[in-house]
Design a protein around this ligand. Structure first.
Ligand code: PLP
Length: 453
């Protein structure tokens, strides 16, 4: 079908996520039909260098033959079976084993779900179940952070700290609170060092726990690097200080590794890069390179032992999905993890990081660039109307969206989150492709600087 036909049918029948549904009929979709390596192609034959790995997930690019074969073999072998009531399948067993071996801190068990949102919802329920199990039924509040993104199901959207996830959905639900976002550039007081800022945030967290009552606070959830909030990298000592507070009041830590997990920060997990020691760890996205929906929730023995004992009392652990441990998804995830190992992806990422970060930081001092931030192969450039005076653009001018549009016209897919332009290239990007990414981005930026007012 032609692009015009595709667009007409899409507008007629497709309700899109995270889309302005009022303007979509005029704008229409970009219809992506195929991919090879880090490139994708649309239904008009235009090719784009995909510098966002789709939605931060296609870490092995868009045409990995080993993943396709693993999926096809699984479909021809055992296309479906469930894992309720003690049923299992070899792919789920092998993947659980593998994840326990890879975990950044000692973990005891893996629970499978289908998306990051479901993983985080499951983590919330595990926290509640855990505190009931240990006889602390009042310890149910979960502290998240402003600008966090943890997904869209009711509990995960409540954990998220971004306005569109709450507004007009009657969220957040009660028992979920939000504290300071550790973005030094935007929220530090004049002259405040990163260290002093981290100390202040940890002190505020402690005050909040005391105000709420330590016996009512069950867990704290954090992305090691906040992704959709704008790629916000925490100050070096932030998590160390926060974890001291959590330990003092017996508050569990949930690490949301949905974006950071599996190499993105230059280590296998963001928890390693930033020193988190989570009790519960959620991951998705790069777990299967985005090829099939799957997510994993790892729990340590402290959490597992209490949950297991309680399920013994009431007869079941009453949570799980039809597709928990889906054999096709698990087979593809397992193969993804094998490819990371066989291709020594971590070493490749480490070798690319200096080139990537140097190119990005080269934008500091440009006409409309306020801040460049990133770690590993994830980064953002934030546009300001007047960087020297730290004046942001009027949001109505949609500066970020404009620059992303100009990049698209240059054959480059980046993502505008407000006026932050995010980059999250595939982990398999070559040095030459990385150069090409920035050649295209520079063309877009030059036009933006000349034409945006
Ligand atoms: N957590 C983080 C950190 C995410 O970035 C996302 C998605 O972008 C989610 C959770 C939600 O994942 P999903 O969209 O698979 O439900």
């Amino acid at each position: 079908s032609t692009h015009a036909e595709n667009a007409a049918h899409d507008v007629a029948s497709h309700l899109h996520p995270f889309t302005n549904l009022a303007t979509h009929p005029q704008v229409g979709p970009l219809v992506i039909t195929r991919g090879d390596g880090i490139f994708v192609e649309d239904d008009q034959g235009r090719r784009y260098l995909e510098a966002m790995s789709g939605l931060w997930c296609a870490s092995l690019g868009f045409s990995n033959a080993r993943l396709a074969k693993a999926g096809s073999d699984a479909l021809h072998g055992l296309p479906y079976y469930h894992t309720f009531n003690g049923r299992s399948n070899p792919a789920a067993i092998a993947l659980a084993d593998k994840l326990i071996a890879l975990a950044p801190v000692p973990m005891s068990k893996v629970f499978f779900a289908n998306s990051g949102s479901e993983a985080n919802d499951s983590a919330v329920k595990l926290v509640w179940y855990y505190h009931n199990a240990i006889g602390k039924p009042a310890k149910k509040k979960i502290i998240a952070r402003k600008n966090a993104y943890h997904g869209v199901t009711v509990a995960a959207a409540s954990l998220s700290g971004l306005v569109p996830n709450h507004r007009d959905f009657d969220l957040p639900i009660d028992r979920i609170l939000h504290v300071d976002c550790p973005h030094h550039f935007r929220y530090a007081e004049p002259g405040e060092t990163e260290e002093a800022f981290a100390t202040r945030l940890a002190d505020n967290l402690e005050k909040r726990i005391l105000e709420e009552g330590p016996d009512t606070v069950g867990a704290f959830i954090a992305e090691p690097v906040m992704g959709a909030g704008g790629v916000l990298v925490p100050p070096a000592t932030y998590f160390e200080k926060v974890q001291k507070v959590l330990a003092k009041y017996d508050v569990l830590l949930i690490a949301d590794e949905v974006i950071c997990g599996y190499g993105r920060t230059g280590e296998m997990f963001g928890s390693t890069t930033f020193g988190l020691k989570p009790d519960i760890l959620t991951s998705a996205k790069a777990l299967s390179s985005g090829y099939v929906p799957i997510s994993a929730v790892m729990v340590n023995e402290k959490v597992h032992a209490a949950v297991a004992a309680n399920s013994g009392k009431i007869g079941t652990f009453g949570h799980g999905f039809t597709y928990s441990g889906h054999p096709v998804a698990c087979a593809i995830a397992l193969e993804t993890l094998k490819v990371y190992e066989d291709e020594n992806i971590l070493a490749h990422v480490k070798s690319l990081v200096p080139q990537f970060q140097k190119a990005l930081h080269g934008y500091e001092g440009r006409k409309y660039v306020g801040e460049v931030r990133g770690v590993g192969l994830i980064a953002a450039i934030e546009l300001y109307a007047d960087p020297a005076k730290r004046v942001s653009f009027d949001p109505a001018k949609k500066a970020g969206a404009r620059l992303a549009e100009l990049a698209l016209a240059q054959g480059l897919i980046v993502r505008a989150m407000g006026d932050s332009i995010a980059f999250c290239p595939a982990l398999i990007t070559t040095a030459a492709e990385m150069d090409e990414l920035f050649v295209r981005f520079e063309r877009a930026m030059a036009i933006f600087e000349e034409t945006f007012a």
